[in-house]
Design a protein around this ligand. Structure first.
Ligand code: C5P
Length: 226
């Protein structure tokens, strides 16, 4: 968009994958590239917003004009997002947050021992940051946006997830072996709590980002009028 329709707004975007350490040299991770979240941060800055980007693992350079906070684990992501969300007008959770982390962290490198089977890795749940943010909004009128990657029954699962998470908008993508993760392009449907569905055709991640900000800006305008 050519207009600075997000001027005077503070928006928080999370991006990239978390890494959940097993020991000082190993982690459980995921294939998120961070590109969709970085596109959201860059487009919000271009539309005049003050942007805090909470970035997990990614190889992307910091976008110009954006405050970047680097994190590793889901627990660190939660701390950083909640701290930044205090005065935020909108929070967009595009990060691929690990649902589970190893229950124990070995302070020394885990070693193989002759003649012994490896110890099993046990996992515990990570906090659901999107659900927590949606439930405890520090500002009246704060808009919270989530992402959902689904492999089947995309819209039905998306509706269920929108309700369960309690966010205002949910960007639902169909994922598969060659879709979405790591790609420069995306295709999605954005579900809203008012029942609306906004399809976003296959295209650059910046185009999807602009559509998300259009919907967020529309909700700011509605709040100001009401
Ligand atoms: O439950 P699921 O992982 O499919 O939900 C995806 C959405 O929830 C994304 O917006 C992601 O950033 C967010 N999420 C979160 N905390 C978690 C897991 C996912 O905020 N522990």
């Amino acid at each position: 968009a050519a207009t600075a329709d997000l001027a005077g707004r503070h928006v928080v975007v999370s991006a990239g994958g978390t890494r959940e350490p097993l020991d000082p040299v190993r982690y459980l991770g995921n294939r998120s590239s961070g590109r969709q979240g970085y596109a959201l941060a860059a487009t919000a800055a271009a539309r005049g917003a003050r942007v805090t980007l909470v970035a997990g693992n990614t190889e992307l350079p910091d976008p110009a004009g954006v405050d970047v906070v680097r994190i590793g684990t889901a627990v660190q992501l939660r701390e950083a997002v909640l701290a930044a969300a205090g005065d935020a007008d909108a929070v967009v959770m595009a990060a691929a947050v690990a649902d589970f982390r190893p229950s124990e962290y070995a302070t020394g490198k885990i070693k193989k021992k002759d003649g012994q089977e490896p110890e099993p890795v046990t996992l515990v749940r990570n906090p659901d940051i999107l659900a927590e943010l949606s439930a405890d909004r520090p500002n009246r009128g704060q808009i919270v946006v989530g992402f959902a990657a689904e492999t089947d029954d995309v819209l039905a699962n998306g509706r269920t997830k929108l309700a369960r998470k309690g966010c205002d908008l949910l960007v639902v993508n169909e994922v598969g072996e060659h879709k979405t993760f790591g790609s420069a392009e995306n295709e999605a449907v954005i579900l809203a709590t008012d029942g609306s569905e906004t399809p976003v055709p296959h295209g650059p991640k910046e185009a999807l980002a602009d559509t998300v900000w259009d919907l967020v800006a529309g909700r700011f305008a509605a709040t100001a009028d009401g």
